[in-house]
Ligand binder design. Structure first.
Ligand code: COA
Length: 248
C-alpha cells in the first residue's frame, strides 16, 4: 500500500510501472528520500524490466533538487553525485522510460526528465536549468544530455541564461515530443507504453542499448545485438506470423 507521505507513488502493471514524484507541498523538489526511492525503483526494474512512466503529483513534475538540502551540501557531497548517479541509473534501465511532464520541470527536475527516453508534456510546461542563478552548475546530466536532445547551440544558450522554456518552444526544440491537456497526459503516456508493449521486449531492450552505445562501438554493437536477435525464437515466430497471415 502507498501513503501520501511516500516520495514516490508506484502503480504496478504487468508491463509497466507508473511512478509519481510526490512532495506536492514542496513542488516535488527532489530530496534524498526521493532519490533513495528512485534507486529502489531502479533496482526493481533492473531485476524485472518494464516500461517506466515517470510523472509528478499536483500539476508539477519537479521544481528542482531540494534547495534546502543543496544549501547544506559541501564539496564531498557534490563529488558523490547524489542526483547524477540516480539519473544515470534511471536512464540505463533496460526498458524505456517515459517522462510525462506537467508544469514545472526545473533544475534537477529538468535533468530527471532529460534522463528519460521519451518526454511528453502539457501546455503548462515550464522547463529549464536555473542553477547558475543559485551559484552552482547543472551537474546531474544537463551539461551533456541537453545537447544530445536539442543540439549544442540551444543547449548552451539555455544553460548560460538559465531561462525557462515554455511548452510550444520545448516542442519546437524537440525537448518534448508532444503536448497534451493535463487530463490526457497520462493517457498519452500509456498509449506510448501500449505501442511499445506490442513489440518484442528483447528487441526493445536491444534498441535502447544500441541507441545509447558510444559512436566508436558502431556498427559492431548493432551487429552483435542483431546476431543474437536473428537466433531468437520470437523473431521466427513474429516473422512467420507475418508471412503466413491470411487476412491480406
Ligand atoms: N527546493 C526546495 N523547496 C522548494 C523548491 C526546491 N527546488 N521549489 C519549491 N520549493 C518549496 C518552496 O520553498 C515552498 O515551500 P514552503 O511552502 O515551505 O515555503 C513550496 O515549495 C512552494 O513553493 P512556492 O515557491 O511557494 O510555489 P510557487 O508555485 O509560487 O512557485 C516555483 C513555484 C517552481 C516557480 C518556485 O517554487 C521556484 O522557483 N522553485 C525553485 C526552482 C529552482 O530554482 N530550481 C532549481 C533547483 S536546482
Amino acid at each position: 500500500m502507498t501513503t501520501t507521505a511516500e516520495p514516490l507513488l508506484l502503480t504496478r502493471h504487468d508491463d509497466r510501472v507508473v511512478a509519481t514524484l510526490n512532495r506536492p507541498d514542496k513542488r516535488n523538489a527532489i530530496d534524498q528520500a526521493m532519490i533513495d526511492a528512485l534507486h529502489a525503483l531502479c533496482a526493481e526494474l533492473e531485476q524485472t524490466p518494464k516500461t517506466l512512466i515517470l510523472t509528478g503529483a499536483d500539476g508539477v513534475f519537479a521544481a528542482g533538487a531540494d534547495i534546502a538540502q543543496l544549501r547544506e551540501r559541501r564539496a564531498a557531497d557534490a563529488l558523490r553525485g547524489i542526483n547524477a548517479h540516480a539519473f544515470v541509473r534511471l536512464a540505463e534501465l533496460p526498458m524505456p522510460v517515459i517522462a510525462a511532464i506537467d508544469g514545472y520541470a526545473l533544475g534537477g527536475g529538468a535533468e530527471l526528465a532529460y534522463a528519460a527516453d521519451i518526454r511528453i508534456a502539457t501546455p503548462a510546461l515550464a522547463i529549464g536549468n536555473p542553477e547558475t542563478g543559485l551559484g552552482i552548475i547543472a551537474a546531474a546530466g544537463a551539461s551533456w544530455r541537453l545537447k544530445e536532445i536539442v543540439g549544442d547551440a540551444h543547449a548552451i544558450e539555455l544553460l548560460l541564461t538559465g531561462r525557462t522554456v515554455k511548452a510550444e518552444e520545448a516542442l519546437r526544440l524537440g525537448l518534448v515530443s508532444s503536448l497534451h491537456e493535463p487530463t490526457d497526459l497520462l493517457t498519452a503516456a500509456h498509449a506510448i507504453a501500449d505501442r511499445i508493449a506490442r513489440n518484442d521486449p528483447t528487441a526493445t531492450m536491444a534498441t535502447k542499448r544500441v541507441f545509447r552505445a558510444p559512436r566508436a562501438q558502431h556498427p559492431a554493437v548493432d551487429l552483435e545485438e542483431q546476431a543474437a536477435l536473428f537466433e531468437s525464437p520470437e523473431k521466427f515466430r513474429r516473422m512467420t506470423a507475418f508471412l503466413e497471415r491470411r487476412d491480406r
